[in-house]
Each structure stands twice: as structure tokens, then as C-alpha cells.
Design a protein around this ligand. Sequence first.
Ligand code: NDP
Length: 255
Amino acid sequence: MSFSGKVVIVTGASSGIGAVTAEAFAKRGAKVVLVGRNIANLKTTETACKAANPNAELLLIAADVTVDAERIINSTLEKFGKLDVLVNNAGILAYGNILDIDVEQFDSILNTNLRAVFLLTKLAAPHLIKTQGNIVNVSSINGLRAFPNASSYSTSKAALDQFTRCIALDLAAKNVRVNAVNPGVVVTNIHTRAGLTKEQYANHLRRAKETHALGRVGTTKEIADTIAFLASDEASFITGATVPVDGGKHAMCPR
Ligand code: NDP
């Protein structure tokens, strides 16, 4: 898989799956646009990308995807002149029963996980048509299956899956592919950022041995490599797909 000369935007490149995805593209020769809010963490990802490929051309954009979509696309075009791949990875998680959560949680999750993806997709699409590029959205097992105490997040990801399929059809005639990955549990900052205590998180990871058929959680690299595959020419006949990268979790049913 080579992305030599390709321009790739990765949102949420300052942490977790996005950081390792940026590195995966840099390693394969892409010019990578690293988008995130935490500048210090973006710089850490920059260092990792340079370590993976000292010749990697990188652009760091400190931005909030919920308000800066236009600036993200414009800065990319100003710096690199085109766009080949958009990875919509930035996302947030929050927990809570419908009896306890408020509409602010719902709005903030939908705003980040769905509305920002709509905006970035709309602004990127004309440029992806020019390059015959593609989009990879980072959804979740929560898009494919229902879980208690995670309705806002799961709804945002289920909607993202449907958005992926619809935009794949909208852009198919223009030969622009649109796919999603649906990770199972992967060790990143997302769960503690959502409010899990250290102990709750350790318990969540312990339980993952039973909730994932392969008996373990996934790695950021396993997700990043699948994203890179879907974005590559090797996946040229794949569009509208939501690909579970979850150790078989989607195939399981409690008994
Ligand atoms: P992290 O919390 O480690 O990283 C989230 C990233 O999203 C950070 O880089 C963060 O940037 C960025 N981000 C969040 N909100 C915004 C915003 N408004 N503007 C710009 N950037 C933003 O989580 P993960 O790496 O785990 O999450 C990445 C994606 O993977 C998410 O979409 C998540 O839903 C999905 N996922 C994760 C799973 C897991 O188990 N880890 C499982 C299934 C799906 P910053 O820190 O700079 O604010």
C-alpha cells in the first residue's frame, strides 16, 4: 500500500486511533494533515510521523471540527493544493441512562460525531471528486449494536454508519468511495475522558476478554491499518461498507 504524493486529512490526530492512523499514512508516503485541538499532543504525533518517515510532509492544524471545518479544508488546499483522503476520526464519548442524561450531552456528541462529519464531507467532496479520492469514517461497534448507558454515543455512530452508506451512493457516480470502520474496544484516552474511573476502566478492559470473541481488545494499529487499507487503491471496489474491526464482537449475542 503506497500513498506516495497523496494528501490525507486525519481529524483527531492528537490522540489514540487518529494519532496512529496519521503515522500509518506518513509511513506509506502520504502528505498528512494532522487536525486536533491539543497542540502539544499534535506535536507528539508529528514527531511519531517523522520517526516513521523522515521525509513525511506534514501540516498541523489546531482546530475544533465543530466550528473550523472550512478552515481545515482551506488550509489543506493552500498548503498541498489538493485532497485525496478524508479520515473523519475525531470523536467523543459520554455515558448515562436516559433517566439521567440531559440534552446537552446529546447535542454535544451529535455535534462532534455527526454534524462535523457532515460539514467536512460536504466541503471536501468537490476536491475528492477532482482527485478521485475517498473518505473513511471512524464509527464504532456502537453503531452496529445497542448498549445500555450509551444512547447518545451509539445513536451518533449508527447515524454515521447510515451517513456513510448514503454519501457512498451520492458520490458513487463520481467514483469517490466512502467507507467506515467500526472498532471494538481499543485502549485510548476516550473512556477515561468520558468519565470512567481507573478502576471502572480496568474492569471494562477485563470484561473485554469475554465481550470480544478473540478474547482481547484491539490495538490502535489494527484500526489504523484497516483505515489505510480502505483508503488505498487495494480497496478500489469497496464503498458504502461499515467494517467491524472488533475481534468478532459484532457477531456475538449474550446467552
Ligand atoms: P481519544 O480520546 O484518544 O481521541 C479522540 C480524538 O478526537 C482526539 O485527538 C481529540 O482531539 C479529537 N477530538 C474530539 N473532539 C474534537 C473536536 N471538537 N475538534 C477536534 N478534534 C476533536 O479517542 P479514540 O482515539 O479512541 O477515538 C477516535 C475515534 O475512534 C472516535 O471517533 C471514537 O468514537 C472511535 N472509537 C474508539 C473506540 C475505542 O475503544 N477507543 C472504539 C470505537 C470507536 P483533542 O484531544 O486535541 O481535543
